[in-house]
Design a protein around this ligand. Sequence first.
Ligand code: ATP
Length: 370
Amino acid sequence: MASLSLSHINKTYPNGFQAVKDFNLEIEDKEFIIFVGPSGCGKSTTLRMIAGLEEISGGTLKIGDKVMNDVEPKDRDIAMVFQNYALYPHMTVYDNMAFGLKLRKVPKDQIDKAVREAARILDLDKLLDRKPKALSGGQRQRVAMGRAIVRNPKVFLMDEPLSNLDAKLRVQMRIEISKIHQRLGATIIYVTHDQTEAMTLGTRIVVMKDGIVQQVDTPQNLYQKPGNLFVAGFMGSPQMNFLDCVISEKGGNTVATIGNEHEVIVPAAKAKVLKDKGYIGKKVVLGIRPEDIHDSQMFLETSPSKPMNSVVKVYELLGAEVFLYFDVDGTQITARVDPRTTAKTGDPIRFAFDMEKAHFFDKETELTIT
Ligand code: ATP
């Protein structure tokens, strides 16, 4: 069993800086956990504490049932894959993968079996005699994975393993890592600041900011039900649009008024939550994702709210989708619309929000209201 338990984990560096604050997480066997967040939020520090490369200042780390706080890194039964995967240039792929096991004096036939099995999983069988300089970036990264796999660890820790690869290779390797996870049935903890990697790879994602866990959930839940404004803004690209508005009741409807001119009707279920929590007459933040803003005639005709007007500042065609940038009450927002849109830069635009998909956040606490 390769479950992990992090209970009230803290990290204060010798200079007094608290990089991780009260981190709590139960990881089940075979989970693919992602630590994601902006630079400096404490992702790597947490991973390095699990690896034993960084001392734990407070709290308890368990792997399985065993407390690991003071166990040597080599005795933790984990393998780490870093972004700079430094292979030994003078050794073949085979020897690079076998090296760690040789150091541990594992019998030769066992090493051979482990290396060939890892090579098969990673599709490196035909490259075992090559030196690293004769490999592509992606192949080198796979050898680095191979070095971890041959050790058959309980847990894999990966710190931005794809960040040195170009965009195309990253996508390929992302798919590879997903397959490897399925084939190995291993527990993986993976650090990235790339939210696409987080969304596509993780069974659960831990979003961090300033050393504090903001939310832990499945990719889908994080996207659809972000717990606060930070998570809502961090997960999704282009990011969610945020607009200040005032909630009021008018003519039997609950409306959100943005600036002086734009009024949108809040759907019944969301209106009830806003009312029950005492937000009528209050300022809140309205969050709407780019894909939930529409300019098609059909949508405008069926939208309960009156369409809003603006002028397209920038039109961007990205093949299958179009991004439009325009102002609403002085705030620039992004809409991801159907590429059949007739809107172009400088054109007036009529649009409406799909308010069923809207989010509301408390202005002070930034916590999600509904
Ligand atoms: P990145 O994505 O940039 O790698 P991260 O989320 O992995 O960021 P960490 O490397 O965990 O962040 O660093 C967290 C915080 O701790 C940062 O503010 C960093 O400057 C600080 N930090 C890291 N190592 C030390 C150290 N040895 N001494 C003092 N502060 C440190």
